[in-house]
Design a protein around this ligand. Structure first.
Ligand code: FES
Ligand SMILES: [Fe+2]
Length: 357
């Protein structure tokens, strides 16, 4: 007899759990969707056609034509509507069929009463955010709070957009757990990280490590002397977002878009406070800050993330080959990440059971 989901080992449950839809998810870089363009994005096995009208407004509807289920993302944008490429049925941003122009449709007094699912969207920090869950809740749910981007002079950054063929719970465990420093042994961004503490606060788990930056070339070149000495790091899984902070000067955020059980699109934001001019230790002029951040991403951060991607995709394959093998886990925080993922999925997918439990 097959095990029910509740009887599976927690690792297996976590590796198949979905994300709660009642949060805002970054689904696309704003610059990737010009006026008049449509793109497919995916949230947990649901395809969504995201489009921008000529006046710049954004809409998101289920990616299927109500006529014969062709993907609307293969259609085009016209007069603020999305047009299916097959018979030309037109849908507005609320998913209503507003025009059938072919011979059997044009004379009709009434159009079919169709309402495709549509989703709230908004733009912030260069990302398009979508609320896949209960639309009634969208206005009451906030985006993550990022003081460095909400101030008068937001810190510049270049988003990194990478799709990893792994379940999102694995990615959380990778970025929150410094015990995989061995993987980065040739780059060694941090020296001897030691888990100091961890705690759960509401729907967030915070983990603290003692460590310090490696005195490598990148650090020596661009970090202020004091900043190089920072030695503790806080990492969080503040559901459904992940991030870290080193002394308020080096911050990262990861906005995950779980597409399915083995695919997660990841939008990374790396925020670097002071950058100094080598040798003289002067603050870098703003005009040079952006090119340096871009070079740092390309030369250092992206290759580092490529190592994580390599390991995570192998871990996913390993899980699929051995789904019921026991998890031997040394980091006490990991099971709490998994517990949080499962709780939020239960709460979203089975609210009555979650309340009763
Ligand atoms: S399938 Fe879309 S209009 Fe016919
Ligand atoms: Fe890593």
């Amino acid at each position: 007899m097959n095990a029910t989901p509740q009887e599976m080992p927690r690792r297996r449950q976590a590796r198949t759990a979905g994300p709660s839809g009642n949060y805002w998810y970054a689904v696309e870089l704003e610059r990737n969707l010009k006026p008049g363009e449509v793109r497919k994005v995916r949230f947990w096995k649901q395809d969504i056609a995201l489009y921008r009208t000529a006046d710049g407004s954004l809409h998101a509807v289920e990616d299927r034509c109500a006529h014969r289920q062709l993907a609307l993302s293969k259609g085009f944008v016209e007069d603020g509507n999305l047009v299916c490429s097959y018979h030309g049925w037109k849908f507005d941003g609320c998913g209503r069929c507003v025009e059938i122009s072919h011979e059997l449709g044009s004379g009709r007094s009434q159009l079919p009463k169709i309402r495709l699912r549509h989703y709230p969207v908004q733009v912030r920090w260069g990302f398009i955010w979508l609320f896949p869950g209960d639309p009634e809740l969208a206005d009451s749910v906030s985006l993550p709070h990022i003081p460095q981007l909400e101030c008068a002079e937001p810190w510049p950054f270049f988003p990194i957009d990478v799709t990893i063929k792994a379940h999102f719970s694995m990615i959380v465990e990778n970025v929150c757990d410094f015990n995989h420093e061995y993987l980065h042994r040739h780059k060694r961004p941090f020296v001897k990280p030691t888990l100091r503490d961890w705690k759960r606060e509401g729907d967030a788990i915070r983990v603290y490590y003692d460590t310090r930056f490696n005195e490598g070339a990148v650090a020596k070149l661009f970090m202020e002397k004091g900043a190089r000495d920072l030695k503790d790091i806080e990492i969080w899984y503040d559901y459904p977002y992940q991030g870290s902070d080193i002394g308020g000067k080096y911050i990262h955020w990861l906005f995950m878009l779980p597409e399915d059980e083995r695919t997660t699109r990841c939008f990374f934001v790396f925020l670097f406070g002071p950058i100094h001019i080598p040798l003289v230790n002067w603050k870098m002029p703003e005009v040079l800050r952006k090119p340096i951040l871009w070079i740092t991403n390309k030369a250092y951060i992206e290759p580092l993330l490529a190592e994580d991607q390599w390991a995570l995709e192998l871990e996913q394959e390993g899980f699929e080959r051995h789904p019921d093998s026991a998890q031997i886990e040394l980091n006490p925080a990991i099971r709490h990440f998994q517990k949080l993922t499962l709780e939020k999925w239960e709460e979203y997918s089975n609210p009555l059971a979650a309340e009763a439990g």
